[in-house]
Design a protein around this ligand. Structure first.
Ligand code: SF4
Length: 318
């Protein structure tokens, strides 16, 4: 007996909303947020509690920690941020930090809570091991993002950041011991071209793919499950690398129109013209209540009827 329901609702019927799964917080982010909250509540943890950088790239997640009295220090240079901390506890975010940052935090006598995601720690260990074996590392990542900053800090002379194929062409490496590693939150499709260029230039290079499974699973689900959608919405912060990648893979691979929104108020009525099916996902740094509010609103939409976007969000601060 077939259970198939027509995928495309008619005019005047409820818009179909596909809630892409998995989506939202990954285990690395859940653990980091939890560690910070426990530290804030624990009377034995030296206060104040600072987070070095945004715990995740989502301002709502950061705001909610502020309510626990946790102070987030924003900025790209983790070492410079440490100068603002005179005493208390410092939390390293899931993105990880360089050994120099750890050293300075210890030298300042700060209590340290390391919330580096195990997937990122794995990359640090790998890079350290390979450099000790005499390898030069080509690291595929985004300049200015804290994760590459931490990994490169393991061996600044031997880790070479590339963002695109041109960077690969310009690499001056002249050794037969070359290994490749990647930032955890890139898209595997994004890195494929760059990896291919590295293979062409250095056919003997050892290729490691360190994109984490949480990132890959969310990207693959977004591409596969948006097949029937006329419009795809990604809830996330513009600073969130993995949220931006979700938009990119949906546009490039599923060939669907996709928009990144911070919260429900950023929807635009014009996006829904002619839309019968909308798919929804969110970055691994997006709190679920923000996405839920968007899902609830989409659930009220009728195909062909004017869309009136809420002017304020009940869950998003500011
Ligand atoms: Fe860890 Fe991956 Fe989540 Fe980053 S996206 S915190 S690497 S699980």
């Amino acid at each position: 007996m077939s259970q198939t329901k027509p995928p495309f609702p008619a005019l005047g019927e409820k818009m179909r909303v596909i809630k892409i799964s998995p989506r939202g917080y990954c285990y690395g982010v859940v653990d980091a947020v939890q560690l910070a909250r426990v530290a804030a509540k624990d009377p034995n943890t030296p206060k104040p509690v600072y987070i070095l950088g945004q715990i995740v790239h989502n301002r709502h997640a950061v705001d909610s920690l502020n309510q626990y009295g946790i102070l987030s220090l924003d900025g790209n240079d983790r070492l410079a941020l440490l100068d603002q901390v005179a005493a208390g506890t410092v939390v390293f975010t899931a993105h990880g930090v360089s050994p120099l940052v750890k050293l300075h935090a210890r030298a300042r006598g700060l209590h340290i809570i390391d919330a580096t995601c195990p997937e990122v720690t794995h990359t640090h260990e790998l890079v350290k091991k390979l450099v000790a074996q005499g390898y030069e590392i080509i690291y595929i990542g985004r300049r200015g993002h804290p994760e590459p900053e931490g990994v490169i800090g393991e061996a600044p002379e031997h880790v070479h950041l590339v963002e695109n194929i041109n960077d690969v062409y310009n690499l001056p490496l002249a050794t037969d011991k070359i290994a490749v590693s990647t930032q955890t939150t890139l898209s595997k499709w994004d890195t494929e071209n760059i990896t291919e260029a590295i293979r062409e230039k250095y056919p003997y290079a050892l290729i490691h793919n360190d994109i984490c499974s949480a990132t890959t699973d969310r990207q693959e689900a977004a591409v596969a499950q948006s097949r029937d959608a006329d419009l795809v919405l990604v809830v996330g912060d513009t600073k969130s690398n993995n949220s931006n990648r979700l938009v990119q893979v949906v546009e490039e691979l599923a060939k669907k129109r996709a928009h990144l929104i911070d919260n429900v108020t950023e929807l635009q009525p014009g996006w829904f013209a002619g839309v019968r099916v909308v798919a929804l996902t969110s970055g691994s740094s997006t709190p679920s209540q923000i996405t839920r509010e968007v899902a609830d609103f989409l659930g009220t939409l009728i195909v062909g009827r004017e869309v009136v976007v809420p002017t304020r969000s009940l869950v998003a601060a500011g």
